[in-house]
Design a binder for this molecule. Structure first.
Ligand SMILES: [Zn+2]
Length: 383
């Protein structure tokens, strides 16, 4: 059984220990020490990382009564150990912050936190009921007030009799000694994780987003140092958008809406102009068979132009592209079944595509002179 130093003092960054065993496992060398400050993955909190005897600790997990350190290499004897405490402290901030906001939401709605995950970029918490936006705003406000008050965060180890008198949150039935994390006036919750000593160390709790999940909601939170990093990233983006749109940072959402409206208007005008241009382009086109080449390679334009041509010619075709990228084609007719033409184009010009009797579309992997000679060869017949 490993002696768990993180329950005596959650701020231990360096310590000395004796290696009891070191065996090769799937992810690396599995090292068990006589005592450790490395917290093993559990209750939504990731396992600690750092160094044991100068060897990297990739992860820490719990196995029965033991804490197993997954190490990059072998270690033995007496070792000096060092935690990646920046990462651990961020976890402590996030874990304690989660207690606070979950406590307020529970007090407000009666719903329970039924899923908790500390990810690389954010914390998510799942509740077994729908928490409204107003309730979340209020829980967020109260949580940050609790941070400003710098309240102590205590670990309690109650007897069975004491426990019966406590009203505490718990995710599951616990056997043996229960460890309660207490923030007076805010929350009391059974938890085996690591926490900060005072709420002020958390810095900030921010609800980033909320979505419906199962029969309740999933809330995404930014807490502590991660929240600061998130703020820096979002501020950088806001300033970039602000400069690009020549709008004040607090007005960029309105500015984006204006740009979107302008783009829609321009798209409409562009389509109109394109139609006019195509009509001019098509004015000399008539007779039985008419075909035009265009170099844009745009299938949508080919379809539009072909449709205009088909008002003048019996059968109309547009080939859009060049000899390097190949050609998109559209063939249309008001009265002739153009699927027959698609078949011929596909087989003689390395093509693929099809469509309805009035309009076929596809692509040809060949050269312009091949297409032109193929088009000349195509005979229109009535059968
Ligand atoms: Zn906790």
């Amino acid at each position: 059984m490993t002696q768990k130093l993180y329950y005596d003092d959650q701020y231990i960054k360096v310590f000395s220990a004796t290696v009891l065993s070191c065996e090769k496992g799937e992810r690396g060398f599995e090292v068990i020490l006589d005592k450790t400050a490395f917290f093993p993955e559990g209750g939504g909190q990731p396992g600690d990382t750092g160094f044991i005897g100068g060897v990297e600790v990739i992860d820490t997990v719990e196995r029965g009564e033991d804490v197993v350190h997954i190490c990059a290499d072998e270690v033995s004897g007496e070792v000096e150990c060092q935690l990646d405490f920046d990462k651990r402290f961020a976890n402590m901030q996030q874990h304690t912050g989660e207690h606070i906001i979950s406590g307020y939401i529970h007090a407000m709605t009666g719903f329970d936190n039924v899923g908790f995950h500390m990810g690389e970029h954010a914390v998510t918490v799942d509740f077994n009921g729908v928490v409204t936006r107003e309730q979340l705003d209020e829980a967020e406000r109260l949580s940050n007030e609790a941070i400003y008050k710098n309240l102590p965060v205590k670990a309690l180890y109650p007897t069975d009799e004491e426990l019966e008198n406590y009203d505490y949150r718990s995710k599951k039935e616990i056997k043996g000694q229960v460890r309660l994390t207490s923030i007076e006036g805010v929350d009391l919750c059974a938890c085996c994780g690591t926490h900060v000593a005072f709420t002020g160390e958390i810095g900030i709790i921010k609800v980033v987003s909320v979505m419906n999940y199962k029969k309740g909601v999933r809330i995404t939170l930014q807490i502590g140092r991660k929240a600061f990093e998130d703020y820096c990233e979002k501020n950088k983006n806001a300033l970039k958008i602000s400069a690009a749109l020549k709008a004040k940072p607090e007005e960029i959402a309105d500015a984006v809406e204006r740009v979107q409206a302008q783009m829609q208007e321009m798209r409409f005008r562009y389509t109109q102009l394109k139609k006019n241009y195509f009509e001019l382009y098509a004015q000399d086109c008539d007779g039985d068979k008419c075909c035009l080449f265009d170099d844009s390679g745009n299938a949508e334009d080919a379809r539009l132009l072909c449709d205009i041509l088909a008002q003048k010619a019996f059968v109309a075709a547009v080939f859009s592209g060049n000899d390097e990228i190949g050609y998109k084609y559209a063939v249309a007719s008001r009265t002739y079944d153009v699927r027959k033409i698609a078949k011929e184009l596909n087989s003689f010009c390395a093509g693929r595509g099809g469509g309805t009797a009035q309009m076929v579309q596809g692509s040809l992997a060949t050269y312009r002179d091949m297409i032109e000679s193929c088009w000349r060869e195509i005979e229109l017949n009535d059968d």
